[in-house]
Ligand binder design. Structure first.
Ligand code: PGA
Length: 251
């Protein structure tokens, strides 16, 4: 079996105030202390306003920071936006192509592609989210959807990326994809990656969609799953840590 990097990623979305984030950090510090053996890459992706708070408080911890989005340009008249050069000192990763960004902010594969290229120009890593809607699944369009997303998002991308398979119908719904669905999708993704010039066996593919402490152990045991992108359950540090432990114990 190929040894791919394993990830435990918290997507805090638009949650937690400045005060709440300080409590969150101190709870994280207690759990993710130096005694952890660092086998799992733990990435916390808070709101952009909390990145600098995290950065000020972050000590010698076994986790690093990611952003939930960036603009695809470096600077300019884009009111309310954040560019990679504003936050690149704080982060190592950027989540891109999340279905909520596609759905509510009209992000297309072409824009996501520009963002991925921008991230790689700063020598940072993208966590690229892909996944089908329920209708696409019912219409037997999973393969076609994943192929369209991957080939457009990764066009001219030469750097290493992490893929997060997040079936849209499983995000925030409490309805996790079955092991069979996840394994099939991850195998399809590896094959598509090979077809478009990547080494599909070497790229880490995370699963995301209602991951919690009750299903994480079963899901991380699947060969093709290299960790999780966790939304709701990551807001509770104890819950997030339980999921992290399942990944760590799976080695
Ligand atoms: P969820 O979110 O764990 O709350 O389903 C996952 C995600 O949106 O990345």
């Amino acid at each position: 079996m190929i040894n791919r990097k394993q990830y435990c990623v918290a997507n805090l979305k638009m949650n937690l105030s400045g005060i709440q984030i300080m409590d969150y950090i101190s709870e994280l510090d207690n759990l993710f202390d130096k005694s952890n053996n660092n086998k799992v890459n733990t990435i916390i992706c808070p709101s952009v306003t909390s990145l600098s708070i995290f950065f000020d408080y972050i000590r010698d911890n076994n986790y690093c920071l990611g952003a939930q989005n960036i603009h695809h340009k470096e600077y300019g008249a884009y009111t309310g936006e954040t560019s990679i050069n504003m936050i690149s000192d704080f982060i190592n990763f950027v989540i891109l192509g999340h279905s909520e960004r596609r759905q509510y902010f009209n992000e297309t594969n072409e824009i996501i592609n520009k963002k991925i290229i921008k991230v790689s120009q700063h020598s940072l890593n993208s966590i690229v989210c892909i996944g089908e809607t329920l209708d696409q699944r019912k219409n037997d369009e999973v393969k076609k959807t994943l192929k369209n997303q991957l080939s457009a998002c990764l066009q001219n991308v030469k750097s290493e990326v992490i893929i997060a398979y997040e079936p849209i119908w499983a995000i925030g719904t409490g309805e996790t994809a079955t092991s069979k669905i996840i394994v099939e999708a991850h195998q399809i993704i590896r094959k598509i990656l090979n077809d478009i010039g990547f080494d599909g066996q070497k790229i880490s593919i995370l699963y995301g969609g209602s991951v919690n402490r009750n299903n994480a152990k079963e899901l991380i045991a699947l060969d093709d799953v290299d960790g999780f992108l966790i939304g709701g359950a990551s807001l509770d540090v104890d819950h997030f840590y339980d999921i992290y432990k399942f990944i760590e114990e799976s080695f």
